[in-house]
Design a protein around this ligand. Structure first.
Ligand SMILES: Cc1cc2nc3c(=O)[nH]c(=O)nc-3n(C[C@H](O)[C@H](O)[C@H](O)COP(=O)(O)OP(=O)(O)OC[C@H]3O[C@@H](n4cnc5c(N)ncnc54)[C@H](O)[C@@H]3O)c2cc1C
Length: 379
């Protein structure tokens, strides 16, 4: 066991850190305020190979490990979680699912442009009445022989309007419950597929979250991933890896808030000395740093298990649970350390606090992570 990153991993982390400072930081406040999708920045992240990080070079990816993915997600999320969620969804939910379970034709047609960042993907599981209880899919994919007829509504879809390729879960045989669900590759522009209005959100406001409507969309049979009825297993398997990405996003939000709080505490004076000299502030910083380090170790451990072909479902749930709770606590404290300045946009911490909240909700709420963890504990 060793705790050192390789030289290559350190270089990748540095590249992400530089990118976040030079490309994401300028304009991040305006993008948040106006809910502007970071299109140019995402294009550049694609050129750097950060949208298909773990995909084999054979399919246009960078062939990096999951540890590097955690490092990149942390660095990008310190500055802009609206951009990093695009990286997370494209890498862990879309590219991973296509590479692991897709057919060779699907990889050639869909994975390569996604891994190169030429196109963006979306993962469509949630519905107005199926969130945590994802088995209650109401979207239907009726088997019509050579195609499926897709009908229904998906809710809260990240990259809803910016994506070109959508992985859509839908019920083909309701009598089989979760074993009757399929996952279909749907292309933007297919007849009967429409995109709803953009959600006006508390946080990650630059990310484009939309509902999607499917009205008699004909999806060719060859666009089904895996065997008939594989859709729910597909969703659960990809979400295990997705949680590593969101855990690392939460870690980045927390560590970004700590960096800002430390810097501010060293500059701000009160009662004739900097507030960093006050033990009340020092103890807050100590608690934040300790929680963040624990969250980082959980993220890296989950990634290490994945890289080494070991089961990582419980580890990724623990990492997401702990890192997202840490992000929320830490950002609240960072605002407190900034006093009144923490309450205004130009100091960045209020945005981090708003962004932190979503990490406790998407890709499985904190309560759902506890269900996943306790299931393993009780085995
Ligand atoms: C900004 C944003 C982006 C998103 N992006 C995507 C995306 O790209 N693709 C996608 O498919 N989905 C996406 N989602 C949906 C997200 O995954 C769901 O919102 C989440 O899974 C919770 O589902 P829900 O909102 O229906 O809440 P519910 O499931 O209705 O939960 C409500 C509350 O009840 C609790 N609860 C529910 N069941 C249990 C239980 N058994 N035990 C204990 N507590 C429970 C929950 O923890 C929560 O506190 C996104 C959501 C948001 C807000």
């Amino acid at each position: 066991m060793h705790f050192e990153l390789s030289e290559e991993q350190k270089m990748i982390r540095q590249a992400a850190r530089d990118f976040a400072q030079t490309e994401l930081k300028p304009g991040v406040i305006e993008r948040d305020e106006h809910q502007k999708f970071p299109a140019e920045q995402i294009k550049k992240l694609g050129e750097l190979g950060f949208l298909g990080m773990m995909v084999s070079p054979q399919y246009g990816g960078s062939g990096m490990d999951a540890i590097s993915y955690v490092l990149v997600m942390e660095e990008l999320s310190k500055i802009d979680a609206s951009a990093s969620v695009v990286v997370s969804v494209n890498n862990s939910l879309v590219c991973y699912g296509l590479e692991k379970y897709g057919s060779e034709e699907q990889k050639q047609k869909y994975l390569i442009p996604l891994a190169k960042g030429e196109k963006i993907g979306a993962f469509c599981l949630s519905e107005p009445e199926a969130g945590s209880d994802a088995t209650s899919q109401r979207t239907t994919a009726i088997d019509m022989g050579d195609h499926y007829l897709l009908n229904g509504t998906k809710n809260w879809i990240t990259n809803g309007s910016s994506a070109s390729t959508y992985l859509v879960m839908a019920q083909t045989d309701a009598s089989k419950r979760s074993h009757g669900i399929n996952v279909l590759i749907v292309e933007k522009g297919m007849e009967g597929f429409t995109i709803g209005a953009k959600e006006n959100k508390m946080g990650i406001r630059g990310s484009d979250t939309h509902s999607l409507m499917f009205n008699d969309v004909k999806v060719p049979k060859e666009n089904r991933i895996g065997e008939d009825g594989f859709g729910f297993k597909f969703a659960m398997s990809t979400l295990e890896g997705g949680r590593i990405g969101i855990a690392a996003q939460a870690l980045g939000i927390a560590s970004g808030a700590l960096e800002l709080a430390v810097q501010y505490a060293k500059e701000r004076t009160a009662f004739g000395k900097t507030i960093a000299n006050l033990q009340a502030i020092q103890f807050k910083l100590a608690d934040m740093a300790t929680d963040i380090e624990a969250a980082r170790l959980l993220c890296l451990r989950a990634a290490w298990l994945k890289d080494n072909g070991k089961p990582y479902g419980q580890a990724s749930a623990m990492a997401k649970l702990f890192a997202s709770e840490t992000a929320m606590k830490t950002t609240i404290e960072a605002v407190q350390i900034h006093g009144g300045y923490g309450f205004v946009k130009e100091y960045h911490v209020e945005r981090l606090m708003r962004d932190a909240k979503i990490t406790q909700i998407y890709e499985g709420t904190s309560e759902i992570q506890k269900i996943v963890i306790s299931r393993e504990v009780l085995k």
